[in-house]
Design a protein around this ligand. Structure first.
Ligand SMILES: [Zn+2]
Ligand SMILES: [Zn+2]
Length: 278
């Protein structure tokens, strides 16, 4: 369970699917007092079922695989009359889901002759299911290497204009503002090929570690990762300049993340060279 909000006649419920680990945002009808309802989400090869109450609290979350095997004993969906097959299982207990038009038939199979069924409404507001966070959406449009370059220009190379294709303009500006870069005019429509081709495994690994998180959490974590690199780099440069190379080396030796360590070494080189050339 992640969070939930309540508005006048609908509730937004946010959950993490236990099978595919996708972040799901559902707009579900508000219930009358003391009512509890289950809704299902179709995740392709499995369904996610969540039970919520009138206050928007999640009572339970579970997921089960969708049965597409057309073999076994035939039974009838009590809601729509469609015939489905249940496998002749040897196992003690199985849960199977069948997605019909606007509902999911769930069969709790105890053995091939003993089963009970349940019918659960598919959640409305399908368009928001499995919503990707802004980072994941931008990776889809730009690719992770280019997005890492965009972030590098935004936070580690303060001077430059950041070229992004038109279709990524709005999302890029929004992401940078969310991350604390307030000069949106730095992001200009342009060819992605104008981006410097840097290898940025630290930023890319940060992007991958947050792309499936809820948006707010993803932004926070990405922001922390950027600030950490900036702060450590500033310390290393400060100690180098004041003649305390051993302290700079000590900071570098304490960094466990090898991507972060080489990123900071690169940044120190770039910044020291820039300052000497001024
Ligand atoms: Zn799922
Ligand atoms: Zn049915």
């Amino acid at each position: 369970m992640l969070s939930n909000t309540v508005s006048s006649d609908h509730m937004t419920i946010e959950v993490l699917c236990p099978i595919c680990k996708k972040y799901v945002t559902a707009v579900v009808p508000r219930l009358s007092e003391s009512e509890i309802k289950s809704v299902a989400f179709n995740h392709g090869d499995h369904v996610l079922v969540l039970e919520y109450d009138f206050e928007g609290n999640i009572r339970s979350i579970y997921a089960m695989k969708i049965n597409k095997m057309p073999v076994g004993k035939e039974i009838t969906c009590p809601r729509c009359g469609m015939k489905v097959n249940i496998p002749e299982t040897e196992s003690q207990y199985e849960e199977l889901a069948y997605v019909h038009d606007d509902h999911v038939l769930i069969v709790y199979l105890f053995n091939k002759d003993t089963y009970i069924t349940d019918v659960i409404d598919l959640a409305p507001g399908v368009e928001v299911l499995g919503r990707k966070n802004i980072i994941s959406q931008l990776i889809d449009i730009l690719g992770s290497k280019n997005l890492a370059n965009v972030l590098f220009l935004a936070f580690f190379d303060q001077k430059s204009i950041i070229p992004v294709p038109k279709e990524a303009l709005y999302l890029t500006r929004k992401l940078l503002v969310d991350l604390g870069e307030l000069n949106m005019l730095r992001v200009q429509e342009g060819e992605i090929s104008e981006l410097p081709k840097l290898e940025l495994p630290y930023i890319e690994s940060l992007l991958f570690s947050v792309k499936n998180l809820p948006e707010r959490e993803a932004i926070q974590k990405l922001s922390l990762g950027i600030k950490l690199a900036l702060k450590l780099t500033a310390y290393v440069i400060k100690f180098n300049e004041s003649g305390h190379k051993e302290l700079a080396d000590e900071i570098l030796s304490m960094i466990q993340d090898t991507f972060l360590k080489s990123f900071i070494k690169d940044l120190v080189k770039i910044y020291e060279k820039e300052w000497k050339s001024v």
